[in-house]
Design a binder for this molecule. Structure first.
Ligand SMILES: C[S@@+](CC[C@H](N)C(=O)[O-])C[C@H]1O[C@@H](n2cnc3c(N)ncnc32)[C@H](O)[C@@H]1O
Length: 302
């Protein structure tokens, strides 16, 4: 089924022992530790200029890809963060499920989407654990935004994650990612980026600072420190969060996506932007030899 065909109204959840909030298990395959978003989750809304946006995701290619979906398509947001995209998509009539490894993010998403009709299902799951919650080939689209894929520690881990996303997609289903354009950001080197815009929210003002570091001894690594200086009246609080990210070329993401069994990935870049979108489709034949749900290799490292 293609992403634009008419679709069921609710995604198939596994009936078994998968509770809404599950252990962050990874289906037995070795993987990096899931990054700890527990502290950042409380400040995460400051990352957005406007939490009332129709879609949190700013990257134009993501917006265009999502516009191509029919109103009742089944969409899985695998890195829902605080749930802005999930809410925006549900309000467009899409049938949304949202997942994230972080219990705190999941809780914030649940609150954020609680007024939607219907309310998206929200659960805690790592990417390799998705199959514990959803039947294979359940979704018309899988969304992984906000540079989340840069948490992969290696090419092979990225392939495993992409393979898991693919296992969730119906034949012809659409994967939509947005990613830091590391070829742009890496070239700028170590730098301190103070956002000139001040964000006003709930009687508070926030100044955001991003510090990018590319350690010489670790060619493919970026340490990003995100600082929020929040002023309310005469009180100022500063919180800083460090995130370790993997640096990779566009061609590496493209080949990882092909290795995971997707068709020719399409990269959409806006000149001057430091993010880009990748859209790729699952093959029309769900039983192709590379099917992630083939009995012989549910978690091949490819
Ligand atoms: C940078 S945030 C992006 C959130 C949201 N998509 C956005 O654009 O604001 C990355 C999210 O990915 C989640 N995440 C990272 N690694 C994960 C994994 N292995 N499995 C599931 N979620 C993961 C984090 O908990 C976090 O909420």
């Amino acid at each position: 089924m293609t992403a634009s065909s008419p679709k069921k109204s609710s995604p198939r959840r596994k009936p078994s022992s998968s509770p809404d909030v599950a252990q962050a298990t990874d289906g037995g395959a070795p993987t990096t530790e899931v990054p700890d978003y527990s502290r950042l989750s409380g400040d995460y809304h400051w990352m957005y200029d406007d939490v009332g946006l129709k879609l949190g995701t700013q990257t134009p290619g993501v917006r265009a890809a999502l516009r191509s979906l029919p109103p009742n398509a089944a969409v899985l947001d695998v890195a829902c963060g605080i749930g802005l995209d999930a809410k925006a998509l549900a309000n467009r009539g899409l049938c949304v499920s949202a997942a994230d490894a972080s219990a705190e993010m999941v809780a914030l998403t649940r609150t954020w989407v609680s007024q939607c009709d219907p309310v998206p299902s929200v659960l805690q799951s790592t990417w390799l654990g998705l199959h514990e919650h959803f039947a294979p080939h359940t979704f018309d689209a899988v969304l992984c935004t906000g540079n989340s894929i840069s948490h992969a520690s290696s090419d092979s881990e990225m392939v495993r994650w992409l393979r898991s996303f693919r296992s969730m997609l119906s034949p012809g289903g659409m994967l939509v990612l947005d990613v830091q354009d590391w070829e742009v950001v890496r070239n700028l080197g170590d730098r301190l980026n103070v956002d000139p815009r001040l964000i006003e929210r709930d009687g508070r003002t926030c100044r955001r600072t991003w510090t990018w570091r590319f350690p010489a001894e670790q060619e493919n690594q970026c340490r990003l420190d995100i600082s929020f200086e929040v002023i309310r009246g005469d009180k100022t609080t500063v919180s800083t969060h460090s995130v370790d990210l993997r640096v990779f070329a566009r061609s590496e993401l493209r080949s990882a996506t092909v290795s995971a069994g997707f068709g020719n990935p399409f990269l959409d870049r806006v000149p001057g932007d430091d993010m880009y979108t990748m859209v790729a489709y699952s093959p029309d034949d769900p039983h192709s030899p590379d099917d992630p749900h083939s009995p012989d290799d549910p978690h091949r490292t490819g």
